[in-house]
Design a protein around this ligand. Structure first.
Ligand SMILES: NC(=O)c1ccc[n+]([C@@H]2O[C@H](COP(=O)([O-])OP(=O)(O)OC[C@H]3O[C@@H](n4cnc5c(N)ncnc54)[C@H](OP(=O)(O)O)[C@@H]3O)[C@@H](O)[C@H]2O)c1
Length: 306
């Protein structure tokens, strides 16, 4: 005869679970969710990572509802959303849509972080490095590759500090579009789009610039040695391209404040260590509260506290 006091797992007999697992819901605007972002999530203390690819504003609502309607408000700080993918504008749109489906009056919210292509964490690391050597409120800078995810965020963060920022692109209209977007978010921004299509453009773009950040595509040389050496005002050169040849000729991947021909240099790996720490700290911060929205400014604040 079967035991009449059968216990159904999870009902009555089970001890109450004291602390819910930390779940990171990883929403990628690309078809294939990034392995890099998954690995960093594990290393940042997320206990479960649910990755979804091809996420758009049109299909994100049920994913957000899955986050906020499953746990009570007191446990929602242990669920968080990470938005990644190669397109920073798509990531921004997705975060905007996600926020529409959170319900703050009922405390049904989860924290959200945007880091499309590592743009926010990398830009925060680069600008933090720059701030060690120059006064960012006054520095005149040039961001080469300023139209990519990383370059756009570097330019925005530098502009937020108040310095004059030139945004370089091989196609002026692309740089102008980035400058226009920055002006929408930061009305006082001093940003100027410049073309770097021809060999004569480089020296002109560098005129009067103390800081250059190269955020070009992997393996693309954006600043040849001759042009860099002729830039009389240049004090600080930061190259974010980690795939040789480096984006700024003569800067070594490992440079981290190394002085070369009178210019302080950082290479991609010199910045990369801080980028990884910032990325991990930002993910960990998501699980401290249920209503944080971490975009470039908030991630930069985290970077400054490390
Ligand atoms: N150090 C780190 O920790 C770290 C972390 C993440 C990323 N990264 C690196 O940061 C860099 C920027 O990343 P991203 O994703 O923003 O790059 P991306 O989108 O691939 O490229 C950035 C820009 O480079 C320009 N570009 C593309 N091909 C070029 C070429 N052949 N010659 C000259 N310019 C070219 C393009 O601007 P225009 O077409 O407008 O000229 C493009 O918008 C990459 O090298 C990436 O590997 C470093």
């Amino acid at each position: 005869m079967a035991n009449s006091s059968v216990q159904i797992p999870g009902l009555g007999s089970a001890k109450p679970v004291e602390e819910k697992a930390r779940i990171l819901v990883h929403l990628d605007t690309d078809a294939l969710p990034s392995a890099f972002d998954r690995v960093v999530a594990v290393d940042s203390g997320a206990q479960h990572i649910f990755s979804y690819g091809g996420v758009t504003p049109a299909n994100v609502m049920p994913l957000v509802h899955g986050c906020i309607f499953t746990r009570g408000p007191k446990d929602l700080h242990r669920t968080a959303i990470f938005v990644g993918g190669s397109d920073v504008a798509a990531g921004e749109n997705l975060v905007r849509e996600i926020r529409k489906h959170l319900i703050p009056p009922a405390k049904l919210t989860v924290s959200v972080m945007l880091d499309s292509n590592g743009a926010n964490t990398t830009a925060a690391a680069a600008v933090r490095a720059a701030g060690k050597h120059v006064n960012l409120n006054q520095t005149q800078s040039l961001v080469l590759g300023g139209t990519g995810p990383v370059g756009q965020r570097v330019a925005r963060l530098l502009a937020k500090h108040g310095g004059h920022v030139r945004i370089g692109s091989r196609e002026l209209s692309r740089a102008e579009a980035v400058a226009a977007r920055i002006r929408v978010d930061i009305p006082h921004a001093k940003v100027q789009a410049v073309s770097v299509a021809s060999s004569a453009d480089g020296p002109k773009a560098l005129e009067g610039r103390e800081l250059v950040v190269a955020a070009g595509a992997p393996g693309a040389v954006l600043l040849p040695r001759k042009v860099r050496e002729s830039a009389k005002d240049l004090r600080l050169a930061i190259d974010l391209n980690g795939v040789p040849p480096t984006g700024i000729e003569g800067v070594d991947l490992m440079d981290a404040g190394t002085v070369r021909d009178g210019t302080i240099c950082y290479g991609a790996l010199g910045v990369g260590g801080a980028k990884m720490k910032i990325h991990r700290a930002a993910i960990a911060a998501l699980f401290e509260r249920s209503d944080a929205v971490l975009d470039i400014e908030e991630i930069y604040e985290i970077a400054l506290q490390l």
